[in-house]
Design a protein around this ligand. Structure first.
Ligand SMILES: C[S@@+](CC[C@H](N)C(=O)[O-])C[C@H]1O[C@@H](n2cnc3c(N)ncnc32)[C@H](O)[C@@H]1O
Length: 224
């Protein structure tokens, strides 16, 4: 891992994700988590103050040791136990049906194999549990999508693998989740990175699930 990925990117990520426009989204959705919670891509821990009293324990997963170092500082102020997992979402070191809620905010855009991650989330989530998501992704407007598709190859190189153009609703569906509620729309600011999908989903029974390594980001699954 180079100097940029190890030190510069975590600092930029923390600064960018502290944006005040994101705070109301965090407060609205993260507060729905309850019981034993797994946060995927916890980053620098900006969601930690948003969790409510119904949280018993939080597993805070992220592959970036530098971001986890920052999250550990924020975890000192919360009332529930936090266990940090320096791992990728494609291989979650937790047992089957062991968590009540999974939270992911601005992270599905970045995970290299989102299908593998969603399968892992399905595995560790109790059947009656909820996946709570706040994610940016593919816009419904063709003019914005053109920019998203054009910029993504460059953007992902400087932004730690972030894709501007992933269709989050399709990803969830193909990953075996049924959306329970979802609000979509633009945040204030540049539209190319500001189209938000936020809501909750549950494991869908009997759904055909796309296998790990089959999501290509090149349009193969977009029409599925
Ligand atoms: C844009 S940041 C969002 C951080 C945090 N969720 C937030 O809302 O502030 C994307 C996060 O995804 C994490 N990430 C990247 N690859 C990942 C993977 N394979 N599994 C889990 N998290 C990953 C990054 O380390 C980073 O913390």
């Amino acid at each position: 891992m180079g100097f940029y990925s190890k030190y510069v990117l975590p600092t930029l990520t923390d600064l960018a994700m502290r944006s005040h426009t994101l705070r109301p989204e965090r407060a609205r959705w993260v507060s729905l988590a309850k019981g034993v919670v797994l946060e995927i891509g916890v980053g620098s821990g900006l969601n930690l103050p948003m969790y409510g009293r119904e949280v018993r324990k939080l597993y805070a997963l992220d592959p970036s040791e530098e971001l986890l170092r920052r999250a550990r500082l924020r975890a000192a102020w919360v009332a529930f136990a936090v266990e940090f997992l320096c791992r990728s979402a494609e291989a979650i070191p937790l047992g089957e049906a062991s968590v009540d809620s999974v939270v992911t905010t601005w992270t599905l855009c970045t995970i290299p194999d989102p299908m593998a991650a969603l399968q892992e989330i399905r595995r560790v989530l109790r059947p009656e549990g909820r996946l709570i998501f706040v994610e940016h992704g593919r816009s419904p407007d063709p003019a914005v999508v053109r920019w998203q598709d054009w910029l993504t190859p460059l953007w992902r190189r400087v932004a730690g693998g972030c894709h501007l153009n992933r269709p989050i609703d399709q990803l969830l569906r193909l990953g075996g989740f049924e959306v329970v509620e979802m609000n979509r729309g633009y945040l204030a600011g540049p539209r190319v990175g500001g189209y938000l999908y936020r809501g909750t989903a549950r494991p869908a029974a009997g759904r055909r699930i796309l296998a790990a390594n089959t999501w290509t980001d090149k349009g193969v699954a977009y029409g599925a």
